[in-house]
Design a protein around this ligand. Sequence first.
Ligand code: NAD
Ligand code: ZN
Length: 344
Amino acid sequence: MKGYVFHAPGQSTWQELPDPAIEDPADVIVRVDAVTICGTDLHILKGDVPEVRPGTVLGHEAVGEIVETGTDVRTVRPGDRVLVSCISACGRCGYCREGMYGQCRGGGGWILGHLIDGTQAEYVRVPHADLSVHPLPGAVANEDAVLLADIFPTAYEVGVLNGRVRPGDTVVVVGAGPVGLAAIATARLFGPERVVAVDRAASRLQAAKEFGAEAVADAGEDPEQLIADLTGGLGADVVIEAVGLPETFELCTRVVRPGGHLANVGVHGASATLHLEDLWIRNVTITTGLVDTHSTPTLLRMAAAGRLPTRQLVTHTFPLDHMQEAYDVFGNAAETGALKVVLG
Ligand code: NAD
Ligand code: ZN
């Protein structure tokens, strides 16, 4: 088969590889029919994620067909169309039983394309398949389903559910990339009074409006003033950080109201300053988290019912073997306008 292999920072190739094989009775082999590229893959290629070993096949989002199952697999069989979750977890340990699959201590907690080979290939081995692949309803097309592998569960679980969005809330989403846009869309399912998006790119602010943000603010102008004006000076009920920079996290701490929730989704390479001397007395709740994908079955039902704007995120499509071209387009989003690219 062919797959996209990370060799060293700045070096990766779409190349011939041995087909993956069942290594454990809980594994399945999936033929990849649709796959996408994530901002995390760009971080790995830059060398920001040193634990990814040279020779690893990248990718952690895919849809495909089961071609082989290990003898312990119960929930899927060859021929089934499935969504491959970005997290592979045992489903039995204490963490898994609480839905915290990302923290699995039962030999899982794997992020595909990170410590084990991933989905940017013609075939992928998925460990702990009973929990880690989801049969797909026929109504959900590949291009929609592939966005439920990581982007939508991340935005929904780590942003909207951790942030406890409620009807009537003012929700601020800082960062209108794919994750922020999915946070806007899933926050709206709870009937907030308004969603305000903050970004520094005009094209992303335009996309935020199309995803349902009532107000948008350029990060370089005065988002704090806009949010104060909209909330009678109080601040937002829920603030979702979807960038991953110290300054955007610190902005979030300033625009959340007393008693409000700040849900951090962004992956931070550098530490933000946490002004606890100000936050404690304002009763601000701060949450962080790695996506668990416990919400994937719910999101699949929502997608089947046509309630998620998944396709709106797909700006470019390519055949699978145009992987390098797809990386070039995705990696240069400022010029290409790419939100998500789908191959298959
Ligand atoms: P992205 O890079 O595509 O989008 C980030 C957005 O932030 C862009 O629109 C950019 O214009 C905007 N931005 C950059 N600097 C800004 C600033 N100073 N002020 C305001 N806006 C600014 O990223 P994405 O794919 O949407 O992911 C968002 C974050 O979520 C990333 O940090 C990613 O690593 C993280 N993530 C977390 C998890 C998790 O499990 N917690 C999972 C997936 C992704
Ligand atoms: Zn587990």
